[in-house]
Design a protein. Sequence first.
Length: 154
Amino acid sequence: MSLFMVIIVIKIAHLQLLEKTDVKSRWNASLGILEIDDERVENGRIFTFFKDQDYADVKENRALHLSSYSIEQTSTGAKKLCIKARNITGHLIPYGKADIHPVFLSGHVFSMDSYTRPMQKPLKSIKENEIITYTQTFDIKKIDYIISVARELN
């Protein structure tokens, strides 16, 4: 399985470290994200855990393209991640078949929504080229970075 993921870089030091490797990645300065398309990263601790917890039946890894993100404060004091993503498949993605799945990392601790007992509702159907907004509330105080897939499921 090849993961295509987007990393929202909160600490620029991680980007500088990656630049010294030959990992296939692309820095998108306008969005402030790092796109990684290299199977070797799957061997890292967090990626191995994610892969082991990833029960999704994937149809297309590159189904959605992140067009923007923001982290906002809610009225309860929690933080909310908002991701805008465009359907780039060339077809309609049916209800419940789009998968945006962020993993929040802070030091050696990470948090993600479970695939087996998800708290997030399934995403609506997404027309070709349509931009949707995915939101997820989290309560981690200090985030180093966020990793996410943006794909279509079978």
